[in-house]
Write a protein that binds this ligand. Structure first.
Ligand code: NAD
Ligand code: AHE
Ligand code: ZN
Length: 368
């Protein structure tokens, strides 16, 4: 079939909206009509050529929601008409990682996913006879896409696609980092670095679990109002203080119980670790750093009890946890709608990247 898609033909070039060819689902695969997709900073980072796994040409997008159109042979867990969220972190429930119960990082199809192909090693997308790579196993910047069955979470049908899509990455990543990765307890003092589409979801997760101080740190002063809107209690712009770590340690009475990096900047990651309380403070790295960047700190920071952790997709087990997060939204436990600052048609998707780079959006959503 033909489908409209925004194709990344080359790094650092705007996406082009073209009609691509899409092959139907093979065994264990599902054809999905994408109804809405968010634009995450990770899409921008890959388009900017900063992703060591970046492949071109490819169809980016990993924060979608849609409807199952057709299932391939052997598919049993979803059927035509089901509403689904594509999962860049699938959940096979059979691999060593899934069975360990220690991680959400299912390894069943990670190798082929990273190479931009389906588990059988081939792409379903092509343009003028040339294969186009899938992205993070999702490619939600296409009106129709094909995914492995294990990479689809079935969600309730009354959830609007234009907000449910955000659960496909940003909401789950932020709220999940609090609930699943850090397991923040009521009364904790926390610091969130970077108040964008992820950081604000960390903030609303912290408020939900009853954190005490929720300090937001951002170089963009316009983010203060956004942070307070979702539960932030204090704001710091690092440009206004001489030593941001010392300032945060002082503010939190010796250091934070938990800090979260939602910037992807390795200097900030160090600050986040060093703003933790001696003896027990934990820093969660959520931000994705540019290819080639490394983190550093004095080992003494760890010797004296600070802990560095990472969190991918908020530690959520996609097929199990994502539908529950959609329920939290539908039940009013968490908010999504106010964070969706811009809704655009596919033809204007490049504006979403411009808005993000200018710090003018929280989340832009493309509605097909
Ligand atoms: P965003 O662009 O919406 O927000 C980033 C925020 O960080 C902005 O408000 C910006 O002003 C702020 N910032 C930038 N530099 C800063 C600095 N030096 N100090 C303080 N604040 C600074 O991006 P987003 O969509 O929220 O994504 C944030 C990061 O999380 C990205 O690196 C993205 O790739 C990553 N991410 C990771 C996961 C995961 O599973 N680990 C999932 C989604 C996104
Ligand atoms: N491809 C990059 C790493 C990118 C990365 O860390 N991705 C996060 C999700 S970001 C979503 O917006 C993730 O889930 N990572 C786990 C995984 O298996 O990819 C690189 O450095 O090569
Ligand atoms: Zn993302």
């Amino acid at each position: 079939m033909k489908t409209r898609a925004a194709v990344a033909f080359e790094a650092k070039r705007p996406l082009e909206i073209v009609e691509v060819d899409l092959e139907g689902p093979r065994a264990g695969e599902v054809l999905v009509e994408i109804k809405a997709t968010g634009i995450c900073h990770t899409d921008a980072y890959t388009l900017d050529g900063l992703d060591s796994e970046g492949i071109f040409p490819s169809i980016l997008g990993h924060e979608g929601a849609g409807v199952v159109v057709e299932v391939g042979p052997g598919v049993t867990s979803v059927a035509a008409g089901d509403h689904v969220i594509p999962l860049y972190t699938p959940e096979c429930r059979q691999c060593k990682s899934c069975l360990s119960r220690k991680t959400n990082l299912c390894t069943a199809i990670r190798a082929t996913q990273g190479k931009g192909v389906m588990p059988d090693g081939t792409s379903r997308f092509s343009y003028k006879g040339q294969a186009i790579a899938h992205y993070m196993g999702c490619s939600t910047f296409s009106n129709f896409t094909v995914l492995p069955e294990i990479a689809l979470a079935k969600i309730r049908k009354d959830a609007p696609f234009a907000s449910a899509c955000y659960v496909g990455c940003g909401v789950t990543t932020g709220v999940g980092a609090v609930v699943n990765t850090a397991k923040v307890e009521p009364g904790a003092n926390c610091v969130v670095f970077g108040l964008g589409g992820i950081g604000l979801n960390v903030i609303q997760g912290l408020k939900m679990v009853g954190a005490d101080m929720i300090v937001g740190v951002d170089i963009n002063d316009t983010k203060e109002e956004w942070g307070r809107r979702f539960g932030m209690t204090h704001f710091v712009n690092p440009k206004n203080v001489s030593d941001v770590v010392a300032h945060l340690v002082e503010m939190t009475g010796g250091g934070a119980d938990y800090t979260f990096d939602c910037t992807g900047n390795t200097t900030v990651m160090r600050q986040a670790l060093e703003a933790c309380h001696r003896g027990w403070g934990e820093s969660i790295i959520i931000g994705v750093a540019e290819s080639g960047k490394e983190i550093a700190t004095r080992p003494f920071q760890l010797v004296t009890g600070r802990v560095w952790r990472g969190s991918a997709f908020g530690g959520a087990r996609g097929r199990t946890d994502t539908p529950k997060i959609v329920d939290w939204y539908m039940d009013g436990k968490i908010e999504i709608d106010p964070m969706i600052t811009h809704t655009l048609p596919l033809e204007r998707i490049n504006e979403a990247f411009d808005l993000m780079h200018a710090g003018e959006s929280i989340r832009s959503v493309v509605v097909f």
